[in-house]
Design a protein around this ligand. Structure first.
Ligand code: OGA
Ligand code: NI
Length: 364
């Protein structure tokens, strides 16, 4: 019998992300004797103290109500707000997303339990060289690069036939089920949001039909950093190599900042919402009408922060190009192969939107 390659391309995902191994930050942060100037030096940023950071009140990320999008009486009005949120902010808090509360509570609880397991148990799920999945860290390409103050754990959740179960934790014992429940509910939410985004753009986003979409989870653990929280970052400035990212702020500790008009704006966690943002592939497909916005994560002196991002990505063998409503519109982005861009993105250090520059058409 012939063996089919999993349609999501398990082996392709496992060759996507070369990253050098780094030490575990959670263990480092927990060990007072280890926190010497010499070890901390690899995390210190010399270039962030002058960054302008606004206070939370100076602008709040728009709130979009999925229940209002799904109701015929309010859909037009809410879709107009969605368009504005995507055009003007690239980020929005999605409320009334319809995912049952116990599914969210369960995933919140098991992610916290997972990261609090002893290191040896988590290391059973360590990244294998080149693989986008696993426990560790991504985007480390040189021994001299400044490191993020965080650990992450990534798994490919959809499509189901592309899963690599070696990375699916059996501890806590409910984790596999809770990830599965959350993943399938989130696919439905993403489906609706993509459908309404297509409506606001008045285009058919064919490559974002359910049968093509992959969903990658990235669970992030940001330990507190008591000695110098303002000198480190949990996540370097970047935009997401997704179509759409849906973030759950697991324990509602603040830390995410988004870049708006060249200043950083802290996002206040909303426990009832999923934070949605435009990714690089949506920027291309919308021909720049919707921009994928740079964001970063800051560190708290006393509290750990946990999140789970869900990247919704067109199939790795897909080809993305700007979809325009009219022939007069100037095309601003190149046609890119999803896998090629993902490789480029994953094999570089994160640096704002630098990797994305290769997708832009140079206007003469
Ligand atoms: C990401 C990301 C933000 C956060 O995973 O791409 O930006 O708050 N996460 O963890
Ligand atoms: Ni991100």
């Amino acid at each position: 019998m012939e063996m089919e390659e999993p349609s999501g391309g398990e082996s392709r995902w496992s060759r996507l992300a070369p990253s050098l191994p780094v030490r575990n930050v959670q263990a480092l942060a927990a060990c007072a004797e280890e926190l010497t100037a010499a070890t901390l030096e690899r995390y210190i940023r010399l270039d962030i103290h002058n960054d302008e950071v606004l206070d939370e009140q100076s602008g709040e990320v728009p709130v979009i109500d999925l229940a209002r999008l799904l109701h015929p009486d309010s859909v037009e009005e809410e879709a107009a707000r969605l368009r504005l949120a995507c055009e003007d902010w690239g980020f929005f808090q999605l409320v009334n997303h319809g995912i049952q509360e116990d599914i969210i509570t369960n995933i919140r609880s098991d992610i916290q339990k997972f990261f609090h397991l002893p290191l040896e148990m988590k290391n059973a799920y360590s990244q294998r060289p080149g693989d986008i999945q696993g426990y560790g860290q991504s985007f480390v390409v040189s021994e001299s690069q400044t490191l993020d103050w965080a650990d992450m754990f990534a798994i490919l959740a959809q499509p189901p036939q592309a899963r690599d179960m070696r990375y699916w934790p059996t501890q806590p014992h409910t984790f596999r089920k809770y990830i599965e429940d959350y993943s399938s509910e989130l696919m439905k939410v993403a489906h609706f949001v993509v459908t309404f985004i297509a409506k606001t753009l008045n285009v058919d986003l064919e490559l974002m039909r359910d049968k093509y979409v992959s969903q990658v989870f990235r669970m992030n653990y940001y330990p507190p950093c008591m000695s110098m929280p303002e000198k480190v970052l949990g996540f370097s400035p970047h935009s997401d190599a997704s179509f759409l990212t849906l973030l759950l702020e697991v324990n509602s500790v603040a830390g995410l900042q988004i870049k708006r008009h060249n200043k950083w704006i802290p996002v206040k966690p909303n426990p009832k919402a999923l934070l949605v943002n435009v990714g690089d592939f949506l920027e291309i497909m919308s021909n720049g009408k919707y921009k994928s916005i740079e964001h970063r994560v800051t560190i708290n002196p006393n509290q750990e922060r946990l999140t789970i991002s869900a990247f919704h990505i067109p199939s790795l063998d897909g080809i993305i190009s700007p979809v325009t409503g009219s022939t007069e519109e100037m095309i601003l982005y190149k046609t890119v192969a999803v896998e090629e861009y993902a490789k480029l993105y994953m094999s570089n250090k994160l640096d704002g939107k630098r990797a994305f520059g290769s997708c832009e058409v140079v206007l003469i």
